[in-house]
Design a protein around this ligand. Structure first.
Ligand SMILES: C[S@@+](CC[C@H](N)C(=O)[O-])C[C@H]1O[C@@H](n2cnc3c(N)ncnc32)[C@H](O)[C@@H]1O
Length: 556
């Protein structure tokens, strides 16, 4: 099944009203902090409650969970809880075939063909049948429920991108297929957001032939209007023609083709054949995400190598080394200082190798996917150090954290310019850059007195609600100001940071050393940091508005 556009759809259009889930579950670690029904944060008291209100407790179709047997691994407890809630709800069609449950694909045959999965599914199905006291002769239905959760459930994130749990939606959402260059994205809305159900929405779903399922859909509609659980909305991020297929992404799109393909195979058991995956030569974004630079020490020229094989070993070595440092940092095993020294050293020095009997230096492209992950880690590591540190270096740590956040935002811009579906990642990175720069501005001794001077007369009008310039024109204006400000401020932001200093400009990643730092007063530095922060937030808002239909609320 698939979903097709019933009419031409403009960019930034919500495709259907917010849908409540058929079933959902928090991940284990959020069970005591969030409401098991609506996923909102629980009040601190009373303690040990699973729900935020009596209504939420009433709308949960299954509340008594016994302990899960260990044999269900690699299936997660949240998958089982969702399957149990689905089977216990009034809307489930118990006469479904193993291949579809309430119209939702189960991929039963594919999942059962994998020996490690099939055993786990079998154990999980027997466990569910026991819990539900099923008197059916076999566990086909329970297996179908688990498989449909594995195939269709999506991870629910809060407004900060924190993954709280999973939710399973009806065919209006679950029939949307994946593309690595999707034309739509989805987001979750909280229960207080009001929408008009009588609005016309530009997609229709093909008729479900099974009348049982239709009446189930009506039942689900009732639960939907009661409105429990985290609601989902899909929104177009590209112009879509009538009859064109609606697609979203099931995975992280800031990965090169091979990694995306293996992610999709591991999680969904299919090989993606979308335009981006099938492109030959690879799409620009993918060649950059895997790109390496070859620097010949005696020459100033730089070769760009994409997808070469003779340097694979060197790239793998560098990638493993950086990834190890990132993993150590994320697992709290390592002091942030050790982490950033290790990562910066590889980013900066790259790796030496011999080609044509001459020594060359190999470096990851500034937008290599491992480098992007390294910047995220470094921005966090420096920020942590700025909080933990002795007073003397707080400012410097905060400054370098802001430099990495901004560099990452610029990298995401380059990728987004070539692939519009990366708008969501870009919006998040620009928002983080704005926040980091604002944090840095707060550490200047002069901040309060100069705050009122910080206005960009060119861009101020862009943020007003009735500004009728289109998104391209607004982006162009904001980015032109960002380029100007960063020319002045980049050498200050990157002081003492040899890797970032390699780049003359973070906007185009040109690799020319900075010739000394511009001399500016503290007041000018403060104004420029605040101005840059303002523009980052403005740009993040523009992108967030496109993808989510709402501002990031950083600028009031
Ligand atoms: C959420 S469902 C999408 C709707 C599904 N096509 C259906 O018939 O109900 C996810 C499953 O659809 C299939 N699918 C989604 N996107 C695909 C793609 N780009 N190529 C091949 N199969 C895809 C895979 O079997 C995947 O596990």
């Amino acid at each position: 099944m698939e979903i097709l556009a019933a009419e031409d759809i403009e960019i930034g259009t919500d495709l259907f009203p917010p849908l409540s889930p058929l079933a959902s579950s928090l991940y284990e670690s959020f069970l005591s902090s969030h409401c098991s029904s609506c996923f909102s944060l629980l009040p601190p008291s009373p303690p040990h409650s699973l729900y935020c209100s009596a209504t939420c407790s009433l709308t949960d179709s299954f509340t008594n969970f016994p302990e899960f047997p260990p044999e269900i691994t690699p299936i997660l407890p949240s998958d089982i809880r969702t399957a149990l809630r689905l089977l216990n709800s009034t809307g489930v069609d118990t006469s479904s075939s193993p291949h579809r449950l309430n119209g939702l694909l189960t991929n039963h045959h594919l999942l059962m063909a994998d020996s490690s999965f099939s055993l786990a599914i079998h154990h999980a199905a027997s466990f569910i049948a026991t819990v539900l006291r099923s008197n059916r002769k076999n566990t086909e239905l329970e297996e179908a429920a688990i498989c449909s959760v594995l195939t269709n459930a999506v991870e629910v994130q809060d407004s900060n991108g924190l993954a709280l749990g999973i939710a399973l939606y009806d065919s209006r959402f679950s029939w949307i297929n994946h593309s690595c260059s999707p034309n739509s994205c989805y987001r979750f809305v909280n229960n207080t957001t009001s929408y008009h159900d009588d609005l016309a929405y530009p997609i229709t779903i093909p008729h479900v032939t099974n009348t049982e399922t239709l009446s189930n859909l009506e039942l689900q509609e009732h639960v939907r209007t009661v409105g429990y659980g985290p609601k989902v909305i899909a929104r177009s991020i590209k112009r879509i023609k009538s009859g064109e297929e609606i697609t979203v992404s099931y995975i992280d799109l800031l990965q090169p083709t091979g990694l995306r393909q293996s992610d999709l195979w591991l999680k969904y058991r299919f090989m993606c054949n979308c335009g981006r995956c099938a492109a030959s030569p690879p799409a620009y974004v993918d060649s950059v995400l895997e790109g390496v630079l070859v620097l010949k020490p005696e020459e100033t020229t730089v070769d760009y190598h994409h997808g070469t094989t003779n340097k694979d070993e060197a790239v793998a070595k560098m990638t493993d080394y950086i990834q190890e440092a990132i993993d150590d940092f994320l697992s709290d095993n390592i002091d942030p200082k050790t982490c950033f020294e290790k990562i910066e050293s590889v980013l900066h020095h790259g790796i030496q190798f011999k080609a044509d009997s001459q020594p060359h230096c190999l470096q990851l492209h500034a937008c290599h996917y491992v480098a992007l992950n390294a910047y995220i880690t470094l921005a966090t590591a420096y920020r942590i150090r700025s909080i933990d540190s002795e007073t003397g270096i707080v400012f410097d740590m905060s400054r370098i954290s802001a430099a990495y956040s901004f560099f990452l935002a610029c990298a995401s811009h380059l990728l987004f310019s070539a692939e519009p579906c990366l708008a969501i990642s870009a919006a998040n990175f620009w928002k983080n850059a704005g926040e980091s720069l604002l944090d840095l501005a707060s550490k200047f001794p002069l901040e309060r007195s100069v705050e009122s001077d910080v206005k960009c007369t060119k861009c101020l009008i862009l943020g007003t609600p009735n500004s009728n310039r289109d998104i391209k024109e607004k982006s162009r204006q904001i980015l032109s100001c960002v380029t100007d400000i960063s020319q002045v401020i980049w050498s200050f932001l990157t002081r003492g940071c040899p890797y970032l200093q390699k780049f003359r400009s973070p906007v185009d990643f040109s690799l020319t050393r900075i010739n000394g730092e511009r001399k500016e007063s503290i007041k000018d530095q403060t104004v420029n940091v605040l101005l840059l922060s303002f523009h980052c937030v403005l740009y993040a808002d523009l992108l967030a508005d496109l993808c989510y239909g709402e501002k990031s609320h950083l600028v009031s």
